[in-house]
Each structure stands twice: as C-alpha cells, then as structure tokens.
Design a protein around this ligand. Structure first.
Ligand SMILES: [Zn+2]
Ligand SMILES: [Zn+2]
Length: 319
C-alpha cells in the first residue's frame, strides 16, 4: 500500500517536472521571437560623419543678412557626407531661387528632395528645383494627394513614395508617414558621436509623437530637432507641456522655427534653457563627432571652394 503511494507520488512529480520544463521552454522561445520582431523593426541607419543644415526659407527673418527674403514657409538645404538634399522647398520658386543665390548654394548636383507634407508653403518651390536639375528624386509620403503627386511628375521629377520608416541611401531615413490633417513624414540623420537629428516640416502629427517615433524606429538617441512645431495660437499651458515632454526626451538641441510661433518660441527658450537654439533664415547647423556649431551662413572662401568641388574641413572656431 505504502509502496504504491510512493510510486504514485514519484510519478506525479515526474509529470509536474516535465510540464514545467515544457512551459519554461515555450516562454523562452516566445521571448526570443519577440526580440527578433523588435530587431527587424529597427532601421539599420548608417552613421554620418558630417552634416550641414542651412535654413534657406523661414518666416523668421535674419537680422544679419538683409539679402535673404523671409516669407511664410520652410526649406532646409542639407549636406550629409556626399549626399545633397533639399528638405521642403518653401512657398514659391522665386523665393527659393533668390535665397539659394544669396546663400551661394547651387542645386545642380542635388540628389534628393524630401517633402514633409503637401502644404503649399513646403512644395511651392519645386518648379525651381526641376529647372536646376531633373535627375533629382522627390521623396514624398505615400498618401500625399494624387493631385500634388501628378503636379510633381508633370515637372519631370521622379517620385519615391514612402509609407513605413525607410532608409534612403544608407545615411538618411524617413520616419514613415504619420496621419494628421495630411500625411507627414520627418527626416532622420544619425550623426556619429552625437545621435539622431530630426528635421520636421509642420509637425501636424505632433512634435513629441514625431520625435518618439524617430527614436523608436531608429533605435538611436535623438540629439536634436529642427523645423516647424505648429504651435501658433496654442495656449501657454499646452506649449509648456510640449516643452516638458521634449525635456524628458533629453534633446541636446531644439530649434523651433517656421510655424512654431513667436510666443511658443519664447516659452521653449524659458523652459529648455541651453538646449533651445534660435533659428531663422540663413542659419547653419554643423554637426560631426568633434563639432556642434550654429552660425550665420555667409559667402566665405571655404564655401566658394566647396561649391566648385574642392574639399574643405570645418574646425571648431576659437571662442
Ligand atoms: Zn508649414
Ligand atoms: Zn502644414
């Protein structure tokens, strides 16, 4: 009787052990699968050695370069290692042409135009781009309206339509389109030794949502953000909440321009301290492992040599 009970107990423990082992195995397999899903969702964005971003069009005027026109809209010229890109094009071909000439920037060897969203103050200058170079590829949100896509094609420009987060040319990436009153995408560049730089158009889907998405899809720390934050007319409390959320994301620089609004810029300045950087037409942001410089763009011998194809190196200026 006792022996039978002992055998039953042993059998019971063996069954429990086998079941527990199987369960643990299953949990471990599920964890590995989850890790793989996460891995495949993160973009493999190569590190850029040097980035220069020039504010070509912005409604915030320059106090040092009276040559530059300041109109409602946004356009940023970006050089990343060997790649040249125009982020949005402002409201008109005339303003784009005028400011490009004033800044001594030639578009003849431009590789890409990145369109954040279809609003006129961002796509209005495309005609000038088409006149200067017809080899260029225009990266747009996939759900941009067919009418605007047809307009871009009618200029003889090739479209690249983006839906999900996508790497372009190894060192540039789109966050993928995000829905709002229109579909909008942001541009990401991963600078060696610094982290992610995010360029935004109007931030219709919300600046905090865009920065968080950029961080999540790239797996990188966001170092800085530049562009329109769409806060004209927003209440002080709302702007302070956005500033708090950006602070929590630990950004090293925040340059709110275009549709951010004067009052919102004042609040960001108060709330973000050192991280807040004043931006306007004609400002340049230069980033590399060793450098982080914000200065007024000007026609210099270095710039001239660069524009005719002679390599030059930026160094940190003495304070
Ligand atoms: Zn805008
Ligand atoms: Zn807009």
């Amino acid at each position: 009787m006792l022996a039978r009970r002992t055998i039953s107990l042993i059998a019971f423990f063996i069954v429990i052990s086998i079941l527990s082992y199987a369960l643990l195995q299953q949990l471990a397999e599920r964890k590995t699968a989850e890790k793989e899903v996460l891995k495949t969702n993160v973009l493999s964005l190569s590190e850029a050695r040097r980035v220069k971003i020039t504010v070509v069009i912005d409604n915030n005027p320059s106090s040092v370069n009276s040559e530059l026109q300041s109109v409602w809209g946004l356009s940023l010229y970006v050089e990343v290692d060997g790649v040249k890109l125009l982020f949005d094009t402002g409201p008109s071909p005339e303003v784009l042409e005028h400011n490009m000439r004033a800044l001594n920037i030639s578009l003849h060897d431009l590789n890409y135009v990145f369109i954040s969203h279809e609003h006129h103050d961002h796509v209005g200058g495309l005609e000038y781009v088409a006149r200067m170079c017809n080899e260029v590829k225009v990266i747009v949100p996939m759900h941009m309206s067919e009418q605007v896509k047809a307009y871009i094609r009618s200029l003889g420009l090739e479209l690249i339509e983006v839906r999900e987060a996508t790497v372009i040319d190894g060192i540039l990436a789109s966050t993928g389109e995000m829905p709002s009153i229109v579909y909008e995408q942001a541009l990401m560049i991963n600078v060696k030794g610094k982290g992610l730089i995010v360029l935004v158009g109007c931030s219709h889907p919300g600046i905090v949502n865009i920065v968080k998405k950029a961080r999540d899809v790239s797996g990188c720390r966001v170092f800085g953000v530049i562009g329109g934050f769409h806060l004209v007319g927003a209440s002080d409390d709302y702007v302070r909440k956005i500033a708090e959320d950006l602070k929590a994301l630990d950004l090293a620089f925040v340059m709110p321009i275009h549709c951010t609004g004067e009052r919102a810029r004042e609040i960001f300045k108060e709330e973000l301290g050192e991280a807040y950087k004043d931006g306007h037409v004609g400002v340049e942001v230069i980033l590399s492992d060793a450098n982080f410089m914000i200065r007024e763009a000007k026609r210099s011998p270095c710039f001239f040599l660069g524009s005719i194809g002679v390599n030059y190196v930026f160094t940190t200026p003495s304070p």
